[in-house]
Write a protein that binds this ligand. Structure first.
Ligand SMILES: [Zn+2]
Length: 249
């Protein structure tokens, strides 16, 4: 039982791909650190990132109660930054606050939600990639190429959040480069990566996705809108096939 939690209704095979002895890097703060040495904003952000990484890596399983007091002990900070961080996590759909029952992690996507997410991605993202191939500036393209090349997925639980961030960043940059702000906003509202990366993380998934991104980047470099749209469609369809087996219900 995760020591942060009251109970868990999750029956995911949490440790099947993840060694139980692996631990997330913890907050690098002394519990008795003098107040005021860390700027308040920075502290909330650090707490946010830690809790988020723990949710993304399933260290805190889906649909589980989050006990604020346990976080206070674990992170050595007061309730205030933790509550602020939890509100921010509520804003991105990873946490929900239940009346009189406190904070819970969001449940894993069920099959219907997963299908809906991929349907909308297939409507928006290939179109966005096609527009980006035609409209993105050379500087935006160079940035994207560099970003795609920098990804180096690791094997630990901590890498889940990191790879999710890299993938989210790749997709959101590309959507922004479409030159259609509504495409970028619509994609942003889906919080795709928060949800799909909690289904499963395996090194192979990250590696395959990186190869698919490379094909996409190639099409963008050739300024080939049709090929870019097709590469994005293929990437999303393959992602669907990799992950659909891990949805429940
Ligand atoms: Zn991707």
């Amino acid at each position: 039982m995760n020591r942060w939690l009251g109970h868990s209704t999750s029956h995911l095979p949490l440790e099947s791909t993840i060694a139980p002895e692996e631990h997330m890097p913890r907050l690098n703060l002394q519990p008795q650190a003098p107040r005021g040495r860390i700027k308040r904003h920075g502290l909330v952000e650090e707490v946010y990132n830690l809790i988020r990484a723990d949710i993304m890596s399933l260290r805190i399983p889906p649909d589980s109660r989050i006990l604020v007091d346990n976080l206070v002990r674990e992170l050595g900070v007061s309730q205030t930054p933790i509550r602020e961080a939890l509100s921010m996590l509520e804003g991105v759909g990873l946490v929900s606050k239940k009346h009189f029952a406190g904070y819970y992690t969001a449940p894993t996507l069920n099959r219907k939600q997963f299908d809906e997410l991929y349907e909308i991605r297939l409507l928006i993202e290939p179109a966005g990639a096609g527009y980006a191939a035609q409209r993105m500036t050379d500087a935006e393209l160079a940035d994207l190429v560099q970003h795609a090349a920098a990804r180096a997925p690791g094997v630990t639980r901590a890498d889940t959040a990191l790879f999710a961030d890299q993938d989210a960043e790749f997709h959101s940059r590309l959507a922004a480069a479409s030159g259609n702000s509504l495409i970028a906003e619509a994609l942003g509202r889906l919080h795709t990566h928060m949800h799909i990366f909690r289904l499963r993380f395996q090194r192979e998934i990250a590696t395959e996705a990186a190869g698919e991104h490379a094909l996409l980047v190639q099409a963008l470099q050739q300024r080939d809108a049709e090929a870019a749209a097709a590469a994005m469609r293929a990437h999303i369809e393959k992602s669907y096939n990799r992950l659909v087996q891990f949805t429940i219900g």
